[in-house]
Design a protein around this ligand. Structure first.
Ligand code: 2U9
Length: 358
């Protein structure tokens, strides 16, 4: 303590001594301050920094400190004030960080976690490719219901009532209504378009179809088709062949061999099946083509006059061709997939292989 000049001065110095001691105690209190709630933080602010707080009252008390010692006391007090303010700000920031974390606050400026790229499903990739090819030559897309009535799925398509396709073994009948089936082909969509009566018709019908089959590597209870239909005056089998030549060139490349074999379908006459040279062995013979060098990819034919008439189209004036293919079959050939079940199991190891394709 500085040497006192008189009694009053002595008391003032004593007072300053007390206040400096207080200041040291307050400094310890501030240093150990760690509020858990905003209420505690506010109580701290009021106690130390408020308009009636300790810092303010110490500045008031400084009036009684002798002039010479004011400088020492004022310096100490200013240091303490700065320390209390800094502690308050730090505690406030810390508390607001904790609250944000507890509220699940997301810092949008942080770099994003790396996400693995998704992929298109191979069925979707092939479907897109087929659609794109036929769109180039003027076909548009038509879609329709997966639950169909007997007329659109069977009768209009010249399928006699005793045809095996109508059997419970092959078709899913919807129990509540015996007239309703899960469509067995997308030909039903084409019947609906024909019934609308806007000619000419040049459509492709992609979609899911259902068959009552036991699931195995080679059969499934649902799969996907693209069917095509072109009706106008003077449409010929030559038009059908040229259209399918174009499709094969675009889909499998210009070197692919093509052949037609006569076949039978109730809805087309004449009917044919189309093979392409085996993509795996190039026609030399392998297990995929069963050593024939050829693989079947679709069925086709001229629309049966009965089907035209059933849809109120004059079969004397109009002719048409139709074709149908299974998307899974094309995908299996293109990607060398040997089990139909892979398409519907959604095994990520299978799907990942198509990242970046399509
Ligand atoms: C109408 C008239 C005729 C569509 C055709 C085929 C031949 C055919 C199969 C290929 C593999 C079905 O997915 S698959 O199992 N389809 O062989 N489909 S002609 O004929 C039609 C379609 C609509 C009005």
């Amino acid at each position: 303590m500085p040497k006192p000049k008189n009694e009053f001065h002595y008391l003032s110095l004593q007072l300053m001594e007390v206040k400096l001691q207080d200041l040291e105690d307050f400094r310890k209190e501030v240093a150990s301050f760690s509020p858990q709630t905003t209420d505690e933080l506010e109580a701290f602010r009021i106690r130390f920094l408020g308009s009636k707080g300790l810092v303010k009252s110490l500045f008031t008390a400084m009036r009684n400190v002798p002039k010479e010692e004011k400088r020492i006391f004022g310096k100490k007090l200013n240091e303490f004030k700065a320390f209390a303010e800094k502690s308050y700000e730090e505690a406030r920031e810390q508390l607001s960080e904790t609250e944000k974390e507890e509220e699940g606050f997301a810092d949008l400026t942080l770099p994003a976690e790396e996400q693995p790229l998704g992929s298109l499903h191979p069925i979707h990739i092939i479907r897109k490719e087929i659609i794109h090819i036929f769109e180039k030559i003027g076909f548009s897309i038509a879609e329709g219901p997966e639950m169909e009535d007997d007329w659109h799925n069977f009768t209009a398509l010249n399928l006699p009532s005793d045809h095996p396709a109508r059997d419970m073994q092959d078709t899913f009948y919807l129990s509540k209504n015996p007239d309703t089936v899960l469509r067995t082909h997308t030909s039903s969509v084409q019947v609906r378009v024909m019934e609308q009566g806007h000619l000419p018709i040049r459509i492709i019908c992609p979609g899911r179809v259902y068959r009552n089959e036991t699931i195995s590597a080679r059969a499934h209870c649902f799969f996907h088709q693209v069917e095509g239909l072109y009706i106008d005056d003077r449409v010929s089998f030559a038009d059908l062949k040229q259209t399918l030549y174009f499709f094969v060139r675009e889909m499998f490349g210009g070197d692919t061999g093509i052949r037609f074999r006569p076949s039978y379908f109730p809805f087309t006459e004449p009917s044919a099946e189309m093979d392409i040279s085996c993509l795996i062995c190039g026609g030399k013979g392998c297990t995929v083509c069963k050593h024939t060098g050829w693989v079947e990819i679709l069925g086709c034919g001229m629309v049966h006059p009965n089907v035209l008439e059933n849809c109120h189209i004059d079969s004397e004036e109009y002719t048409g061709f139709a074709f149908g293919m299974g998307i899974e079959r094309i995908a299996m050939l293109k990607y060398q997939i040997n089990d139909l079940r892979l398409f519907s199991e959604n095994d990520i190891r299978f799907l990942k292989q198509f990242t970046g394709a399509g």
